[in-house]
Design a protein around this ligand. Structure first.
Ligand code: PMP
Length: 438
């Protein structure tokens, strides 16, 4: 028996009661009624393997998180103007996952708020406004963040590029000019940032900040070439700007090898923003910065956030950290990620349409191309594979400027059995889709 309102009724009520530009995944929407571990259960009782939603970092409805949340919620929830153990315990534990320079935390409730706070810190420290961002990036839903997110301001409904916004080329090695030696990709792509700084300088201006995801996600699961952030950070700092790493999607152990994806580039940002996974679904987000930048923010104006850092949110954050550390989930992410990448590379040998397989830990992308030489996007096939996987009970997404990159971010608890299931379904789906495509 199905539970609650029918799909049709919910669709009608959404239309009537909610902002009309909320989107819905898939042509035939799914109504989930329960989540458990890596699995989501729909209103027909069908289970789907969730390889897409990177918020349920340690699995849906994790009992340790639910228990910590319920215990604290039934005891006390207030704001940060009263003393409480949880906020300092959480700040201690969260900053301990970062390089020692990043020692001061600010707590908020969403990735957008974290990036907004990062920009306030940046302004306090530099007194500047000029932004350098990477093309096709998304950093949040507020007006000021839409204005620095090329993914939004350049597309339908966007208002175009504001004068303080400077957009660097996506450092996408797979699409780099063929005559660039691979070992120079980092430096060559960084030249795009050098050009932006030079153009500012010519107008007697300078960058306030460089903000980038440590693995550009919306741009298509793009892994930065070696040396890229080192080079860019050096140039931005030389010009007096600060370097901000948006780890909202990619951070918190997902890459397995490290806690934070910027570490894979051997750099230490001045400000790190994090959100989605750290509360495992409960709204928790944070900004971590240096003492120096934090001090410059202390200009007489109070920093207050009604919900940020409350005892319940911090209890949740601590519980998530306990599970990742206690169950060694970073190692699991790396092992299962490597296992998946090996399997995807084997598929690449069988299916001409797989142009590139990219991943680290459980942050994975498979770029589909109509022609391996021209790398022309196989957008329709990517969509068909994502839909076909859904029909077979596996959730993934598509991403990138041409929507031709299969995107996967399974939870950190993903088991070898889950991985084998994903591989089998993906393989079966490729065979079916390619057969149909002729
Ligand atoms: N930064 C990145 C990289 C994101 O992917 C997102 C959300 N998609 C945000 C910031 C904004 O986070 P939120 O939706 O929690 O405000």
């Amino acid at each position: 028996k199905r539970s609650g309102r029918s799909h049709e009724e919910i669709l009608r009520l959404r239309k009537e009661l909610l902002l009309p530009n909320l989107s819905i995944s898939y042509d035939r929407p799914i109504k989930f009624v329960r989540g458990e571990g890596a699995w989501l259960i729909d209103d027909r009782g069908r289970a789907y393997l969730d390889c897409f939603n990177n918020v349920c970092h340690i699995g849906h409805a994790h009992p340790a998180v639910v228990e910590a949340m319920a215990r604290q919620a039934s005891t006390l929830n207030t704001n940060t103007r009263y003393l409480h153990d949880n906020i300092v315990a959480y700040a201690e534990r969260l900053t301990a996952t970062m390089p020692k320079e990043l020692a001061v935390a600010g707590f908020v409730n969403s990735g957008s708020e974290a990036n907004g706070l990062a920009l306030r810190l940046m302004r306090a420290y530099t007194g500047r406004e000029n932004a350098i961002v990477i093309d096709w990036a998304y950093h949040g839903t507020t007006q000021e963040l839409i204005e620095i997110s090329a993914y939004k301001f350049r597309r339908k409904g966007g208002k175009g590029q504001k004068p303080h916004v400077h957009v660097a080329t996506v450092p996408d090695s797979y699409h780099a000019p063929a005559d660039w030696p691979i070992e120079e990709h980092g430096k060559r792509f960084a030249e795009s940032v050098a050009d932006l700084i030079a153009a500012m300088k010519a107008r007697d201006e300078a960058p306030g900040f460089f903000l980038a995801e440590s693995i550009p996600s919306v741009a298509g699961q793009v892994f930065l070439p070696d040396g890229y952030l080192k080079e860019v950070y050096r140039m931005v700092r030389e010009a007096g700007g600060v370097c901000i790493a948006d780890e909202v999607q990619v951070g918190f152990g997902r890459v397995g090898s490290h806690w934070w994806a910027f570490e894979t580039q051997g750099v230490v940002p001045d400000i790190v923003t994090t959100g989605k996974p750290i509360g495992n679904g409960h709204p928790v987000a944070a900004v971590i910065t240096t003492r120096e930048i934090a001090s410059s923010f202390n200009n007489g104006m109070e920093f207050f956030n009604t919900f940020g850092g409350n005892p319940v949110s911090c209890a949740v954050g601590l519980a998530v950290l306990d599970v990742i550390e206690g169950e060694d989930l970073r190692r699991n992410a790396l092992e299962i990620g490597n296992y998946l990448i090996t399997a995807f590379r084997a598929m690449q040998e069988r299916y001409e349409v797989i142009g590139d397989v990219r991943g680290l830990g459980l942050f994975l992308g498979i770029e589909l191309v109509a022609d391996r030489r021209t790398k022309a996007p196989a957008t329709e096939i990517a969509r068909a594979v994502s839909n076909g996987a859904r029909q077979r009970g596996v959730l993934m997404g598509t991403e990138g400027p041409h929507d031709n990159v299969l995107k996967m971010r399974p939870p950190m608890i993903f088991s070898k059995r889950d991985a084998d299931h994903l591989i089998a379904v993906l393989d079966e789906t490729f065979i079916a889709v390619l057969e149909r495509a002729g």
